[in-house]
Write a protein that binds this ligand. Structure first.
Ligand SMILES: *Cc1c(COP(=O)(O)O)cnc(C)c1O
Length: 344
């Protein structure tokens, strides 16, 4: 069956490069949300821990419960707390409304909207948020923001950074008033950390895509020696000989220009591989084109190999489908077996 190969050496290499940027592996929060960007939560969590990462970030409580044994703390980015108390779980608090509903004692990092306008309390709600956190007896351990434009040349990145500096100051003032202890601050995703220059003075950086080997930073910011971690493989289901003029797959979009041997492999759009329509050229890792349309569970390639590598670097598919490497890897179905290769 189709499988995903995880290259642990590359993952370690990327994490170590990011740890160097952040100054310390203890400052790296490995973002493992959405099944570790499709790489496999259960496979990636122990690998991150083996490199020395102490904090993970996930989407919801379900993911948190899976990765929890491997980390000191787990930051839950989207889900809301329930009354079950768990010492390791830290919830991102996204609004006054959600803070008001949190059970007493919930550990939170306050998310502040410094300009992305997606989540977080507004800057002018920070005072009210602090009062509410105090009143509700929540355990605030830090504050965070998210960049909307860290991988774009422009001023937004700097405006958000400055805004967060103001937020930090304000929170420090409230710390003495309400007795919040030793707040931790973090603002960077992969792109923001990679483009950061000089010593890194925040407590954490939340790194996702760069740890998996990709960045969309324009080369103006420099180039980074990141190595893709995931490759996708499929196995042969059947082989046949075609004559010139025979057609392959739905709609017969591919027409054999000559007699040729064609094999069908067990990956398709039902497995999260994008549905190529067979029209403009799209090649697998070794350069051979996909013949005709991708089916739900299969696709066709010339030749007779027992298995083929669909991609080792998601950027080719991302560019073909006018999307980003994040989407190509994250969409890969959970049931595809993940095999970890490399020294560990
Ligand atoms: C997904 C996410 C990240 C990681 O972003 P990358 O660009 O993949 O590094 C960081 N912080 C938050 C809040 C996120 O949702």
């Amino acid at each position: 069956m189709a499988y995903i190969s995880i290259n642990f050496d590359n993952y370690r290499h990327n994490l170590e490069l990011l740890a160097k940027k952040a100054g310390d592996i203890n400052k790296v929060i490995a973002v493992l949300k959405d099944n570790a960007y499709g790489h496999g939560l259960l496979e990636m969590a122990p690998l991150a821990a083996a490199v020395g990462v102490k904090w993970a970030a996930v989407k919801n409580k379900y993911e948190a419960s899976i990765v929890e044994p491997f980390f000191e703390r787990v930051l839950i980015l989207v889900d809301v707390p329930s009354s079950e108390v768990n010492d390791k779980w830290v919830f991102a608090a996204h609004s006054l409304e959600s803070i008001a509903k949190m059970p007493e004692g919930t550990t939170i990092h306050l998310k502040v909207d410094t300009g992305m306008h997606r989540n977080g309390v507004m800057m002018n709600e920070v005072d009210e948020a602090c009062a509410l956190i105090h009143e509700k007896k929540l355990n605030i351990e830090g504050a965070m923001m998210h960049h909307s434009s860290a991988d774009i040349v422009g001023t937004t990145y700097f405006v958000q950074k400055e805004n967060f500096e103001m937020v930090k100051q304000r929170l420090q003032e409230f710390s003495s008033k309400y007795g919040f202890k030793d707040l931790k601050f973090h603002s960077c995703n992969s792109a923001a950390l990679l483009r950061h220059e000089g010593s890194f003075d925040e407590d954490f950086a939340r790194v996702g895509i760069a740890s998996y080997g990709y960045t969309d930073l324009p080369s103006a910011f420099g180039t980074y020696d990141l190595k893709p971690v995931l490759s996708l493989w499929a196995e042969k289901v059947s082989t046949r000989m075609l004559e010139k003029g025979d057609r392959v797959g739905y709609g017969g979009v591919f027409e054999a220009p000559k007699a040729m041997r064609v094999s069908t492999y067990d990956i398709g759009y039902g497995d999260g591989f994008s549905r190529y329509d067979g029209k403009s050229d799209l090649a697998i890792a070794d350069g051979r084109p996909i013949l005709g349309r991708v089916s739900m569970d299969s696709l066709s390639i010339e030749g007779n190999d027992d298995k083929v590598c669909l991609f080792k670097d998601a950027r080719g598919l991302a560019s073909h489908f006018n999307t980003i490497s994040y989407e190509i890897v994250t969409k890969l179905a959970t049931w595809i077996v993940r095999k970890v290769e490399g020294s560990h």
